[in-house]
Design a protein around this ligand. Sequence first.
Ligand code: HEC
Ligand code: HEC
Length: 270
Amino acid sequence: MKRNGTLATIATLCLMGGVLVGAAGRAARQTPKNPFEGNRTAIQDGGAMFRTRCAGCHGPDARGYLGPDLTGLWASGGADDRIFDVVRRGVPGTEMPPADPQRVPDSDIWQILAYLRSLGTAPVQPPAGDVQNGARIFRANCLSCHMVGGEGGHLGPDLSRIGSGRPRPALEKKVRGTADYIRPGYEPVTLVTRDGQRIRGVRKNEDEFSIQIMDTHQRLLGYLKANLVEIVEEKASVMPAYGPERLSGRDLADLVAYLSTLRTPDSGRR
Ligand code: HEC
Ligand code: HEC
């Protein structure tokens, strides 16, 4: 009996030890500070790494291109550990790739973050504009093709978090029809059938023998290539262009202000 009691005590102590160590480990991981913050050489090296690994999406000066503006992350309340985690893990379901721990050591990420932090002084200004009017314009013109918060059409991508995903100039260009970027998975195609029908849509899937598209009536259609005369890869997006004659500069500003409110729930910036 006595022996058992001692064993139980030891077991409990070990367990407590385990819990304590675990808690300390977690606490340490929750609030690490960037070991390279303010370190000049690290900032330079980080800048070089940024230009080769990140600039293609975030722009050469980190002010945003396809991916969002990364200056001002800290000024608007971002914490080192959270930003580190985003870079390590990526953002699933978006173009933001994870960094493989086998190939990218923590120190690379910290140096890149030291560089980014050295750029940002002011929080990125939320775009000026009437968000309510923007929401109205969106419902009237865009919701038929785009989902937001579980409501809307399927021909275009879900825009529920587009505000954290794209910088403002990219949104403006997309609406005006001047963007040189077409979202993968939504490439415009026209299928010409043997009986001369032309079916326009976005490409969802394709292999050697078949192609699946969503047509402009938002129907998913599959064809055997043997039954098609031609598959025309279009240049212009299925999304209409909203030039100044359809959407005034002011309405565009309101619309973009609204789109900018559609953000990741846990995003530090809002
Ligand atoms: C292939 C394109 C691509 C590359 C390469 C890329 N990113 Fe991103 N990144 C994105 C996109 C798109 C998002 C927005 C994801 C979303 O919708 O939330 C993003 C988001 C982020 C965010 C979150 C911003 C916020 O406001 O929360 C950080 C931080 C970030 N990227 C840093 C980096 C760094 C550092 C690198 C290089 C090591 C990098 N990214 C490389 C496309 C990219
Ligand atoms: C007829 C359907 C249709 C309508 C209407 C439409 N869109 Fe689109 N939209 C699309 C499609 C398809 C794509 C994806 C292909 C592309 O990138 O051009 C897209 C892409 C986008 C993107 C880029 C998404 C990304 O990940 O970068 C934005 C932003 C956008 N639309 C906003 C709008 C807004 C705002 C309106 C209303 C003023 C609107 N769309 C109206 C079909 C539509």
